[in-house]
Ligand binder design. Structure first.
Ligand code: PAF
Length: 287
């Protein structure tokens, strides 16, 4: 496994593999890797010849009062995880390599980025879309592997890839969970053991919403949301529920009459446990 720091070097390597007909994949990360990332690397390795993992804590996707400087970092640990998973290249540029000192260009999408996470974290998805465009232009992968946990990020990146005619196909892999149901995330390290325990409420209310829609055939989105808010405040009164939304999984528009809707349903949730934000989702099909 090689560590590459320069964009021009990873581009030369990628060109070589593309011209020699190899199947190439990128797993983009901000490091501090956990088993969720490993599952993406293993899947990518299983389905491709060459796998690159990018490790770059992207400053432009963090808001002013967010955790950019304290975001957990441990390159040596990440290196060993990648090596064990059979990764071929780690692309690990520094901030100057990615943005230089006069970056004037950003990639932003309308409507799809105004809701859910975008409403709470203005500018976040412009940072994500910009850095992922730059990573795709550097690594030029045939396949981009993303975890289901960041459902809105996935919808944004899928749309961006279509709109900008980028020659990469997105593959979404299931969310890995702790035994309690808590979705794995690098930010879980901020949680106290008690908060971690309580945080399993997110997966519980996602499944409860799914059950109300599929088993109880509740059609009115507001009845589902009202009941979920009550469950949340009785199970985790010390957490703040930021949103619980039931939408389609492409444009992320609310589904008002669930009984009439056919297609993929996305239930997204976000909460704050003291200063830590947690997000999660479930996706299911409705006939
Ligand atoms: O999901 C993440 O870790 C980041 O948003 C990504 C896709 C690596 C872009 O910085």
């Amino acid at each position: 496994m090689k560590v590459i720091k320069e964009i021009s070097s990873i581009q030369d390597i990628s060109d070589y593999y593309r011209y020699t007909g190899k199947k190439t994949a990128l797993v983009p990360t901000m490091g501090f890797l956990h088993p969720g990332h490993t599952s993406l690397m293993l899947k990518a390795k299983d389905e491709n010849d060459i796998v690159t993992v990018s490790i770059f804590v992207n400053p432009t996707q963090f808001g002013k009062n967010e955790d950019y400087s304290k975001y957990p970092r441990d390159f040596q640990r990440d290196y060993h995880i990648c090596e064990k998973a059979g990764v071929d290249y780690i692309f690990n540029p520094d901030v100057n390599e990615m943005y230089g000192d006069n970056n004037l260009t950003t990639v932003s999408l309308s409507s799809i980025t105004d809701k859910l996470e975008g409403k709470i974290r203005p500018g976040h998805f412009t940072g994500v879309a910009t850095v992922v465009t730059k990573l795709l232009n550097a690594v030029k992968p045939a396949y981009l592997y993303l975890g289901q946990k960041d459902a809105q990020q996935n919808a944004v990146l899928k749309k961006m890839i279509i709109d900008l005619n980028i020659d990469t196909e997105v593959r979404i892999c299931p969310t890995l969970r702790e035994e309690s149901g808590l979705a794995m995330s690098s930010r879980n390290t901020y949680l106290t053991p008690e908060q971690k325990d309580k945080a399993s409420v997110l997966y519980f209310i996602l499944n409860e919403g799914k059950r109300m829609i599929l088993d109880e055939k509740t059609g009115d989105i507001n009845s589902v949301k009202d009941r979920i808010r009550k469950i949340f405040s009785s199970k985790a009164p010390e957490f703040e529920l930021q949103y619980y939304e039931i939408t389609d999984n492409i444009n992320l528009e609310p589904i008002n009459d669930l009984n009439l809707y056919k297609g993929e349903v996305l239930i997204s949730v976000a909460c704050r446990a003291d200063t830590t934000r947690l997000i999660d989702n479930v996706i299911f099909h409705k006939e």
